[in-house]
Structures are given as structure tokens and as C-alpha cells.
Design a protein around this ligand. Structure first.
Ligand SMILES: Cc1ncc(COP(=O)(O)O)c(C=O)c1O
Length: 462
């Protein structure tokens, strides 16, 4: 029996099954109830302040309490709170947003399809890839290659693309036709003495081997995040994407950039594709497109894909795909305003300016006895804790020390996320240098407390 049967916390335990949560642990310790937010801060129902070091779930670009987004939503709600985009219906916010997105996007992208989440967008991508190849009369060219530790969502197809065991285990996933190639994480996966360049070549070589083994006529697409996010913020070697794209082009394999985290300034460029010179055939965005004030995602595609798809819709008289809330007017109005603010306030330049404060600040922890690697780009980063710095060996079990640090940081007023024993950072893009300093102080304190705990309990060697 809960000791607070009528409290919101007790009700939460009683009524909610939480995503990405150990339900039994939740029954014991209950939720952190977040009440409101302002800028980079959120406040719980007891009034305690936290720096949101993850921008929620890698998404609140403009921070909390941005009045212009509230106004854009309110005005659109009053004018046209809902309309759909089936059967040749449209509305102004989605039309304007598409024009803006296509102007901003890397490469040669010509059409936009809207969904509501990153997962739905990636399911759309899988279906588009299949539909496209059927339209071209290539019914065998359907397999999609993703990567170990890639994260693309949790719906049936997108969870299959995701390359993390927890998203497959006991869900009977992945589905057939989705394969995972190696993760471009030099720190863990390079051979001793292998340079980043050699490692990148080996990664591309492995992709090529996989395509040849499966048969190039059966492989349709390769999907990757320019910088991996939820797999632990893994920045690939500089030339990795160039080499991967060459292999894809050689075998007529589509390149899909999942920019759900990287898109809209996170890396210090507008898109992660701009950092690595990726020319995607399909590009997926969500999260920061609305600063997550409204759910929205979009798939941008080349004209070549659109033309084949369009011909097929004419042949079978419809495109049998779409969501009730595809291109939702309120979500697209908020996105439009969000992108206007990003430009007006030169947020990408701001990220470029303040990112070194975060990246250099975190790298100062590299000598700490618990820290194996500090990595990141722009305003996304991770600090990985290891059992043995020399051997780069992991803690057993993985995640226990990382979770402890996450928990202590939260008690110290800093919300992070642990991916195993990597602590991820992805603060709102508007964060100031002073706020970054406070974030670093709180993290350093939590790291030291975690080290004391780990030596006291024998988890880590002294
Ligand atoms: C790169 C990437 N793709 C897709 C998704 C799935 O998005 P959603 O949680 O909105 O379904 C995420 C979520 O974190 C992501 O990081």
C-alpha cells in the first residue's frame, strides 16, 4: 500500500505504465513530477529547480516557456484547430513549412510527407522504400541496412531499424529484411593502433561485404543518424559518411539520414548532413522542428523518389498511407514559428559559439578515474564511465554506475540521461555560457559523489 494514496505520485504509480522505465523500480520510488519550465530550467511539484541537460528528450531547442510558440499555437487553434491532408486537402501552415524545410535542407530534396513522431516517420521511410522499389519493378530490392546502436524509434519497423537489444528483446523484433552493420565508434571498436581513417574504411568495407553477401539486387537502403544519439552520442570519424555514401551509390542503395536529433542546429550546423556532407535520398526530422511543443515529424525525399511514388499512386489511384494528424495545422504552425525564431535569433551561430564551453568543459573530466571517453559535437555530448581506463573495459553489469550518476545528478539539480554507463548531454540550444558552467559544476559534483560511492561499495577500483 502506498503511504500517499491520494498524491499525484501515488496515482501515477497506480495508473501509468511509463515508457523506458523499469516498472517495478517505479512502483518503489515513484515519478519526478515536473510542473513547469522556463529557459533551460524545469521545476518539480515541490518547486525544486533543475537544469534540463537533455532538453527533455533531445528536443526542446528554444527552451521552456517560449511565448511566441504559445502564441502561434493559440492563433492557429482559433483559426483552424484541425484539418487533415488526405484527398487533396491542405492548409497554409503546412504549405509554408514545406517550402521552408525544402529551402533549408541539404542535398536535392523536393517533397515533404508529415507524420507525428520520429518512429512514424521512419516507418513511413521503410514503406516508401518498399513502395518505391515496387513502383520501379524491383520487387526484390527491399532490404534496409541500419547500424548496431542506431536509434530510429519503437514502432514495429522503426524499432527493427533501431540497433539496441532492449528494443528487440521479447518484442519478437527485428522483422525480416532489416540488418545491422557495425557501429562507427572508434573508442570501442577500432583495432589497437588503427587510425580513424583506417577504421572508417573498414566500416565502409564491412557495409560493402554485407551488401555483396545479401546481393545488391536485394538491398534497397542504408539508414543512419549523422551523429548517433540515443545509442550513446557517437560521432563517426570525419570521412566515415563519405566512404559509406560511395558504397551506397555503387550498389544503387538509397541513403537515409535520420536527423531526428541532429536536425535544426544541434551539431552546430543546421543539419548533421551539413557537417558530414551527406546527400540523402530521404531525410527524417522531428523533435527540434517544433522544439517539441507539438508532436510533428517529416520525411523529405528526392524528386526521383517522388516521381516513382507519384506514378504508382496514379496507377493504383491512391497513396495508401497517411495519419489522421499528418501535417496537423497547429503543429505545422508551431514548427514554422520555431524555425523563424531559429533564424531570427541566429541560434545555429549561438550553438557554434557556446559549444566549445560544453565540449571543452566536459573534456576536463577525461582524467577522472571513472571516465573512459568524452565525446560530442555542437551541443550534444557523452561522458562514458569505464571499469578500467587502460583496457577500456565496461562495468559489470553495464548501466549500474551510469544510473547512479544520473540519479545523483538529478538530486543535485541536473537532469541527464544514462545510456548504459554513458551520460548524455543535449541541453536546449539557447543555453548560455554561464548556464553551461553551472551544468558542468553540478555534473562534476555528481561524478565525484559517484566515484566515492563506487569505491566505497567496491564497484570501482580505487
Ligand atoms: C534519431 C532518432 N530517430 C527516431 C526517433 C524516434 O522518435 P520518436 O520517439 O518521436 O518516435 C528518435 C527518438 O529519440 C531518434 O533519436
Amino acid at each position: 500500500m502506498s503511504t500517499r494514496p491520494n498524491s499525484p505520485a501515488a496515482k501515477d504509480i497506480a495508473y501509468n505504465l511509463h515508457p523506458y522505465t523499469n516498472a517495478r523500480r517505479h512502483e518503489e520510488s515513484g515519478p519526478l513530477i515536473v510542473d513547469h519550465g522556463k529557459g533551460v530550467h524545469v521545476y518539480d511539484d515541490q518547486g525544486k529547480e533543475y537544469i534540463e541537460g537533455m532538453g527533455g528528450l533531445w528536443c526542446v531547442a528554444l527552451g521552456f516557456g517560449e511565448e511566441r510558440l504559445v502564441k502561434a499555437a493559440t492563433e492557429q487553434m482559433q483559426r483552424l484547430p484541425y484539418y487533415h491532408s488526405f484527398a487533396q486537402k491542405s492548409h497554409e501552415p503546412s504549405i509554408e513549412l514545406s517550402e521552408r524545410l525544402l529551402d533549408m535542407a541539404p542535398g536535392e530534396l523536393g517533397k515533404v510527407f508529415y507524420a507525428n513522431s520520429g518512429s512514424e516517420a521512419n516507418d513511413t521511410v521503410v514503406k516508401l522504400v518498399w513502395y518505391y522499389n515496387n513502383a520501379l519493378g524491383r520487387p526484390n530490392k527491399k532490404k534496409i541496412i541500419s547500424r548496431i546502436k542506431g536509434y530510429h524509434g519503437v514502432t514495429v519497423a522503426s524499432a527493427s531499424l533501431t540497433g539496441l537489444p532492449a528494443n528487440h528483446r521479447d518484442f519478437d523484433l527485428p522483422i525480416d529484411g532489416i540488418m545491422h552493420t557495425a557501429c562507427p565508434h572508434h573508442y570501442h571498436n577500432a583495432f589497437p593502433g588503427e587510425s580513424e581513417e583506417e577504421f572508417a574504411s573498414r566500416m565502409a568495407g564491412q557495409l560493402e561485404e554485407m551488401i555483396l553477401r545479401e546481393g545488391p539486387d536485394t538491398v534497397a537502403a542504408f539508414i543512419g543518424e549523422p551523429v548517433m544519439g540515443a545509442g550513446g552520442v557517437i560521432v563517426p570519424p570525419k570521412t566515415y559518411w563519405d566512404k559509406i555514401q560511395r558504397v551506397c551509390r555503387k550498389y544503387d542503395v538509397l541513403v537515409i539520414a535520420d536527423e531526428v536529433i541532429c536536425g535544426f542546429g544541434r551539431t552546430g550546423e543546421m543539419f548533421g548532413s551539413d557537417v558530414f556532407d551527406i546527400k540523402p535520398d530521404l531525410l527524417v526530422v522531428s523533435k527540434q522542428i517544433t522544439s517539441a511543443y507539438m508532436p510533428l515529424s517529416a520525411v523529405l525525399m528526392t524528386d526521383q523518389i517522388y516521381q516513382a511514388v507519384a506514378d504508382n499512386t496514379a496507377k493504383i489511384s491512391t497513396f495508401g498511407h497517411g495519419y489522421t494528424a499528418s501535417a496537423h495545422p497547429v503543429a505545422t504552425a508551431v514548427a514554422l514559428e520555431n524555425l523563424k525564431i531559429l533564424e531570427e535569433r541566429k541560434i545555429v551561430d549561438h550553438v557554434k559559439k557556446v559549444a566549445p564551453r560544453l565540449q571543452d568543459g566536459l573534456r576536463r573530466f577525461a582524467d577522472h578515474p571513472l571516465v573512459g571517453e568524452v565525446r560530442g559535437i555542437g551541443l550534444m555530448a557523452a561522458v562514458e564511465l569505464v571499469a578500467d581506463k587502460e583496457q577500456r573495459s565496461l562495468f559489470d553489469p553495464v548501466g549500474r554506475v551510469g544510473f547512479h550518476l544520473y540519479d545523483v545528478a538529478q538530486k543535485n539539480g541536473l537532469i541527464l540521461r544514462n545510456v548504459g554507463d554513458s551520460l548524455a548531454f543535449c541541453p536546449p540550444l539557447i543555453i548560455s555560457e554561464d548556464e553551461i558552467d553551472t551544468l558542468l559544476d553540478r555534473f562534476g559534483q555528481a561524478l565525484d559523489e559517484t566515484y566515492s560511492w563506487s569505491t566505497r561499495t567496491g564497484v570501482a577500483a580505487e
